[in-house]
Every structure is written in structure tokens, then in C-alpha cells.
Design a protein around this ligand. Structure first.
Ligand code: MN
Length: 332
């Protein structure tokens, strides 16, 4: 089954509709609470109503800059994941990550924290005791391809990411490669993720892969993509087939570039699980609930040690069967 979009400028290629020329599709965020009872609000641009993915990027949360002085800040109790990688990236502040592999990592600005859930992992994320006054960052998920969705879970911290200095700003490559600089972070499909820091009034011109589809998420005010203004927290989907991208800062500006080969597999995304079928997700949910209640360190999702509170119970499954969905909504 192929995903076909109604677009006058499309080219049939291998059964998949490919937009040619310049494409600009605004993806506005939904405001959602993150975590449990002391939830922090975040803006979620992926999955969006009509477009669920950009390459293998299947989830994008943006938060801040938030004033968390004297407040709990981020408090996400232990919860499970399957079939994805979490990409944690901070612009300001700090977050303490703990997972069921025993990893304990203070996430800082400029460092990539990449957790590959694979078959199953659990983790907590919290603003540490004595945290700074501001929290500003993104959390992104990357879907693993079907034949590698059950890999053994692992955690990576990258504090030596390649940075491209230019006269117009700087570019930090988190995942994949851009303009000749390549991150050593583990990827499972061809993709790119980069942090673009643009000097006031300057324009970054970046060569990009024509085979990739791309999107830009504005994480500051004053971002322009090919002269299209992009409000903070919004994402602009740019289609595929372009070989250059220009991002201008109307003042010092910051944006995330996401891209990758369009992900053709259909996914069931429910709660914190990425699977291929209702039964796969229901099984993961049952194993999380069993291991959570029994505090089973040898279970599929293990146990997170050191978090000062109980793990998150899974929500009830809906009464209808969860359906696998493609990367974009089919025209009705
Ligand atoms: Mn998580």
C-alpha cells in the first residue's frame, strides 16, 4: 500500500507520490501535558494531523524557554518504550536521565542523549534537585525500521558532536551527516538531525540530501526558512527533492533541522510504544504493567532505580483495535 497525497505537482516514483519543486507545509503544535500529575506543558508538532513523520522522525516535543525557578520543572516518572530511539536535546537547563540499563546521565545543552529502546527499556527524566531557573529543549523520537525494531536497548551520550562553524552561525550535527560533518550517533535509517544557530541578520545556506524529506522546527523567534517566517514552536515541512536549504535569523535565531528518507512502513504508535500491530502494542503494555507491579528487574522493561516516586501506569487500551498508519494522512 502506498501513501498518495493529492498534489498537482507530484511525480509517481516507485508507487510513492513525490512532490517536486518547493513545498511548504506548516505543522502547528498541539499543547500537551508531559508525564504524570506534576506535568509540564509541551508543544507537539509530530505526529501532526495530516503528517505524522519526517523521515523516521515520528515525534517532536518542544518546551520552553520555561521559567522553572522554585518549581519542579520536568518530572517524568519511569515509563517504557519500544521500537524507537529517544533524542534528548537541550538549549538551556539540565535534565537527569535514568534508565533500566543502569544509565544515569545529566543531560546538558550541546550534548546528545540518545536512547535506543529496541525491544524494551524504561527511563525517567527529571529536573534535578537544585536545577537552574530555565528549561528549554526538544525531545524527538526516531522510529526503528521493522527488521531492527527489536534490537537490544542501549544508551549513548555524545558530548563531542561535530560543529560546523560558519560566518553566519554554527551548525551542530546530532544525527547523520550534514555539509560533510558526520555524527557518530547510531542510526538505523538514513536521516539527519541538526541544531542551527543563526547569527543576527545572517542566512545559513546548507546543502541537503535530495533523497530526504526535510522539516525545520523553530525553537526561537525570528526564524525564516527560504524567507517564510516560522513562529517559535512551529514546524515547516519542506518535502523532498531539494539540494539546499536557507535559514535566516531576524536577530539571533535557533532552529532544528530534521530529515530523512521517507519512512514507508506503517506504524502503530500508542502511548510510548512504536509497533506494527495492535497485538504487538498490547503485548508491550501487558508486559510493562506486569513488570511495574511486580518490580521485576528481569522483565522486558526492567526497573529504573533512584527515581523518587512510582512508575507510570499504562493507560487503558482503547476499545477499538489500534490501526497501523502511514507517514501521512490519506486523502479522504
Ligand atoms: Mn520517554
Amino acid at each position: 500500500m502506498s501513501n498518495v497525497e493529492h498534489d498537482p505537482a507530484e511525480l509517481r516514483c516507485g508507487g510513492v507520490a513525490t512532490a517536486v519543486g518547493r513545498q511548504y507545509e506548516l505543522l502547528e503544535p498541539r499543547t500537551v501535558p508531559l508525564g504524570g500529575p506534576r506535568a509540564m506543558m509541551v508543544g507537539r508538532t509530530l505526529p501532526n494531523r495530516d503528517r505524522r513523520m519526517v523521515g523516521a522522525w515520528c515525534f517532536a516535543d518542544f518546551y520552553g524557554p520555561a521559567d522553572i525557578a522554585g518549581a519542579p520543572g520536568m518530572q517524568v516518572p519511569p515509563h517504557p518504550h519500544t521500537g524507537l530511539q529517544t533524542v534528548s536535546w537541550l538549549l538551556d537547563g539540565e535534565v537527569l536521565h535514568r534508565d533500566s540499563l543502569g544509565s544515569e546521565q545529566l543531560v546538558r545543552p550541546g550534548e546528545l542523549n540518545l536512547m535506543t529502546a529496541g525491544f524494551g527499556i524504561s527511563h525517567s527524566e527529571e529536573s534535578p534537585v537544585g536545577h537552574g531557573p530555565v528549561l528549554h529543549g526538544v525531545q524527538l523520537w526516531v522510529a526503528l525500521p521493522g527488521d531492527q525494531r527489536d534490537v537490544a536497548p542501549h544508551f549513548e551520550n555524545h558530548s563531542d558532536l561535530p560543529v560546523l562553524p560558519t560566518a553566519d552561525g554554527s551548525v551542530t550535527v546530532l544525527m547523520g551527516a550534514l555539509a560533510g560533518a558526520e555524527s557518530t550517533a547510531r542510526t538505523y535509517t538514513p536521516l539527519v538531525g541538526a541544531d542551527l544557530s543563526i547569527a543576527a541578520g545572517r542566512t545559513l545556506r546548507l546543502p541537503v540530501e535530495q533523497e530526504f524529506e526535510h522539516a525545520v522546527l523553530a525553537v526561537s523567534d525570528g526564524v525564516f526558512v527560504d524567507d517564510h517566517p516560522l513562529a517559535r514552536g512551529n514546524m515547516l515541512y519542506l518535502g523532498r527533492g531539494r539540494d539546499e536549504l536557507s535559514v535566516r535569523g531576524d536577530g539571533p535565531a535557533r532552529a532544528m533541522l530534521l530529515g530523512g528518507v521517507p519512512f514507508e512502513e506503517e506504524l502503530v504508535m500508542w502511548w510510548n510504544f512504536v509497533g506494527r500491530s495492535h497485538d504487538e502494542v498490547a503485548q508491550a503494555r501487558a508486559e510493562w504493567e506486569h513488570g511495574r507491579v511486580a518490580a521485576d528487574a528481569d522483565g522486558r522493561f526492567g526497573v529504573v532505580h533512584g527515581y523518587g516516586g512510582p512508575a507510570l501506569p499504562a493507560p487503558e487500551l482503547p476499545n477499538v483495535e489500534l490501526r497501523a498508519r502511514g507517514r501521512m494522512r490519506r486523502p479522504s
